[in-house]
Design a protein around this ligand. Structure first.
Ligand SMILES: Nc1nc2c(c(=O)[nH]1)N[C@H]1C(S)=C(S)[C@@H](COP(=O)(O)OP(=O)(O)OC[C@H]3O[C@@H](n4cnc5c(N)ncnc54)[C@H](O)[C@@H]3O)O[C@H]1N2
Ligand code: MOO
Length: 390
């Protein structure tokens, strides 16, 4: 069995970066820039007033000085002409600062009488001028990254109406098993509702992928073959269940017959031991274990980074932090254990008492996974444990 770190490396090496496509700026949030994008203009394009007030020469900005108002500049307009000694131009926030002026005195600091202003006694020190290019210059590059709402505003200010992004990788998801029905159906006497595929799909979509949930594959070769055929064209094919050693666990066999070049099977982890991955035609394929928590934990640890890699982002292990335990923990076994846990308000990690990999209530109540290395000795309350955020 290989380690979690090695399994992740191998899965990432199976993933190809998707091609570039162009989307309108309004649809760019959450997508990933396909290449660095250069600003198409300078912002502000001119020295601009940061406040409503009067543009003056700095030397004239002294308490008691009287200046004559020779014009006005508002945002979208400007004052034609310069500001000379003894002169002021009425100015509003965002307007270009006229030539000659190197200071804006805010209107609260002057008294106005007709075309004259008198500078008050309590003058602040600031120029209240935003220099040209103070935010960015034409040609400044935004590096490849996920596009946040704030970045949408920056790209708009840089005058990009369209944005080159990576195509969302298509992930075909196949649940397997005779026992499954889809949510809303009435299960037969020996059946349950298929659940894990929906959480995994949601996780992959939140990461920037496009999840395609295919019909449930029954525990026959023909049914699984049909589902795998429907996965044609996907960037990543993910099966759920049928990965273990049971007589009806057919995924490796049937995918093998369709040309799966298996890279590895089984990882030294808990839950998630019967994980497999390989190359299936042009797609990467990952076989997740069927237990709902195992599937979800593996999707977190392996498929989120895989989607990042397909989007051209730096991809690697999820970030970890070490935090103190709220209570004692027994020794760990020989596999790296990802325990469902909660990060309490007091900053301590409380590991759930029940760790069976079928318990979705426990998973849904957890906000972190506490990571125990193989053969980790018993731990005391207050000892540090690594956590991964869910
Ligand atoms: N003799 C052994 N038995 C098992 C081993 C082992 O090493 N030796 N490994 C166990 C571990 S660990 C896991 S995990 C499971 C994984 O088995 P499979 O990947 O083959 O999964 P299934 O047998 O198909 O299902 C396991 C379990 O999960 C339920 N399931 C499956 N799909 C769904 C779904 N879409 N929604 C909800 N629940 C699902 C299924 O009904 C089973 O209860 O194998 C152990 N056995
Ligand atoms: O490894 Mo299985 O994934 O424990 O439940």
């Amino acid at each position: 069995m290989i380690s979690v770190a090695e399994a992740l490396e191998r899965i990432l090496s199976l993933v190809a970066v998707t091609e570039e496509e162009t989307v309108p700026l309004r649809s760019a949030s959450g997508r990933v820039l396909a290449r660095p994008l250069a600003a198409r203009r300078t912002q502000p394009p001119f020295a601009a007033s940061a406040m409503d007030g009067y543009a003056v020469r700095a030397a004239d900005a002294q308490p008691g000085v009287v200046l004559s108002v020779v014009g006005e500049a508002q945002a979208g307009g400007c004052h034609d002409g310069a500001v000379g000694p003894g002169e002021a131009v009425r100015i509003f926030t965002g307007a270009p600062v006229p030539e000659g002026a190197d200071r804006v005195v805010i209107q609260e600091d002057v008294t106005r009488d007709g075309d004259r202003i008198t500078i008050g006694d309590r003058l602040d020190e600031k120029t209240h001028i935003r220099p040209a290019g103070g935010d960015f210059h034409e040609g400044d590059e935004v590096p490849v990254q996920r596009i946040t709402p704030a970045l949408v505003s920056l790209l708009a200010a840089m005058n990009h109406a369209e944005v080159p992004v990576r195509r969302r990788p298509v992930v075909a998801l196949i649940a397997t098993g005779d026992e499954l029905v889809v949510p809303g159906e009435i299960p037969g006497p020996n059946q349950i509702v298929s659940s894990n595929i929906y959480g995994v799909a949601a996780l992959l979509e939140a990461q920037g992928g496009r999840a395609r949930i295919l019909p449930i594959a029954r525990d026959t070769r023909e049914s699984l073959e049909q589902s795998l055929a429907l996965a044609e064209g996907a960037d990543l094919v993910v099966t759920l269940g049928g990965a273990s050693v049971g007589d009806h666990d057919l995924v490796a066999e049937v995918a093998g017959a369709r040309g799966l070049a298996l890279d590895f099977y089984k990882v030294r982890m808990r839950p998630g031991k019967p994980l497999m991955a390989g190359r299936l035609g042009d797609a990467a394929m990952v076989g997740l274990p069927g237990n709902p928590v195992s599937a979800f934990v593996c999707a977190h640890l392996f498929l989120r980074p895989a989607v990042d890699a397909a989007l051209g982002l730096p991809a690697g292990p999820l970030p970890r932090r070490a935090l103190p335990l709220a209570h004692d923990l027994a020794a760990n076994g020989s596999r790296e254990h990802y325990m469902r846990a909660r990060l309490r308000g007091d900053g301590l990690v409380e590991v759930a008492g029940r760790q069976d990999s079928s318990l979705l209530t426990v998973l849904a109540g957890a906000d972190v996974l506490a990571v125990r290395p193989p053969e980790d000795p018993p731990r005391k309350a207050g000892d540090l444990v690594d956590i991964v955020t869910l």
